[in-house]
Write a protein that binds this ligand. Structure first.
Ligand code: ATP
Ligand code: MG
Length: 200
């Protein structure tokens, strides 16, 4: 499974709806400083619900909504919203139809060769709201996280390697490094379940 397309709408510096294609093996993004390369990574973290642990660059969720006066530090009031859709190529059936249906809470999920995970943040006069979707069906964050975990994508995992993670890994003790390998191999989830069982 891999990311096929990213669709950013009003997200950070992407004030217009922007489709970014990803290739199967390797995609690089280049551009001048401040052109929005890292914002693309933030978009992935935001949409896949990995933001809390992976260090998304925003103090609050509403900072992720496009703000034409961002560099002047001015806020924007009223109703505004941003969204990011991550289109996953699931042609290799990494996730089964049953898994997608179960996460979406309906059999009406369309073609699962392609799975679209979408998140929307909406700011109103006095509050903000997050909405999540799997193939257009409204779900909770936990549904997305459970689904992605079955494909080995977890908030604690290293599916996204951030700047500084590499030196962090080099400076770790052997034991800590082992934990990362357990996490990637999917063993850690079983260790956690085992611990829970012992506690019971
Ligand atoms: P570098 O090469 O320096 O790492 P980059 O291409 O990674 O640069 P980003 O950090 O992705 O650049 O983008 C930074 C730009 O995004 C800044 O110009 C900043 O003003 C803009 N930006 C961030 N949040 C918003 C927002 N909510 N609305 C509008 N623009 C924003
Ligand atoms: Mg950058």
């Amino acid at each position: 499974m891999n990311i096929k397309t990213l669709v950013l709408d009003n997200f950070k510096s992407f004030g217009r709806k922007t489709r970014i294609p990803f290739y199967e093996d390797f995609t690089t993004v280049s551009g001048p400083n401040g052109s929005g390369k890292s914002n693309i990574i933030d978009a992935v973290l935001f949409a896949l619900g990995l933001a809390r642990t992976r260090g998304i660059r925003a103090r609050k969720l509403t900072d992720l909504i496009y703000n034409p006066a961002h560099d002047e530090g001015d806020g924007v009031g009223g109703t505004r919203e941003a969204s990011v859709a991550v289109v996953l190529d699931n042609e290799d059936s990494t996730l089964t139809r049953a898994e997608v249906e179960s996460a979406a809470g309906t059999e009406d999920v369309g073609d699962v060769d392609e799975i679209t995970v979408k998140r929307r943040v909406k700011q109103t006069e006095d509050n903000y709201y997050s909405y999540y979707y799997i193939n257009g069906r409204s779900v909770n964050l936990a549904d997305i996280q459970d689904l992605l975990a079955q494909a080995g994508v977890t908030p604690e995992g290293y599916n996204v390697v951030m700047q500084g993670d590499v030196t962090g890994i080099i400076n770790m003790t052997a034991g800590e490094r082992r934990e990362i390998i357990d996490e990637i191999a999917g063993v850690a989830a079983f260790d956690a379940k085992k611990e829970d069982a012992f506690e019971e």
